[in-house]
Design a protein around this ligand. Structure first.
Ligand SMILES: [Zn+2]
Length: 169
């Protein structure tokens, strides 16, 4: 099943998501559907609130289907270590057609559970580090625009409100 992506303005994107406690077939199916939905939307990361579900589940594939081993499932993830700093243009499927430079740590270690409830840790650099931070932010009700200047954020929100009024959001 392909889920439509929830856009900025929907309150589900701005509240902390709920911890996953049941690791069953329903969760497995949901994660398969999330990968399908992410690829259709041309994304490299997707968090459950972006399909309207307030649950602490995120998926990442920074290779976009090229390397099956790059498919990551992050259930109840937490960032446990960060290092360095790097600024790069960043976007979000829930804020389509906008991008801004965002400064974030360049090396990040995440701790999460896999589909079998097993805890694992993984360290990523550059784009993968950015994806870990971006998706974990989503699960905490935070969007990447919280990391840009208030001036830029207000301008973006004004443009989005205009699009909403015009029925184009
Ligand atoms: Zn996003």
């Amino acid at each position: 099943m392909i889920y439509p992506i929830v856009k900025f303005g929907n309150p589900v994107l701005e509240k902390p998501a709920e911890t996953v406690t049941v690791f069953d077939d329903e969760l497995k199916k949901l994660i398969e559907d999330m990968f399908e939905s992410m690829y259709v939307a041309h994304g490299v990361g997707l968090a459950a609130p972006q399909i309207g579900l307030s649950r602490r589940i995120a998926i990442v594939d920074v290779t976009f289907k090229e390397d099956p081993r790059a498919k990551l499932i992050l259930i109840n993830p937490e960032i446990i270590h960060t290092e360095g700093r790097h600024t790069q243009s960043e976007g979000c499927l829930s804020i389509p057609d906008f991008r801004e430079n965002v400064s974030r740590p360049n090396k990040v270690t995440i701790r999460a559970q896999d589909i079998h409830c097993k805890v694992f840790e993984k360290t990523g650099e550059e784009l993968l580090a950015r994806a870990f931070l971006h998706e974990t932010d989503h699960l905490n009700g935070k969007l990447y625009i919280s990391h840009i200047s208030a001036l830029k954020r207000d301008l973006m929100k004004r443009k989005i409100r205009k699009l909403m009024k015009a029925g184009e959001w």
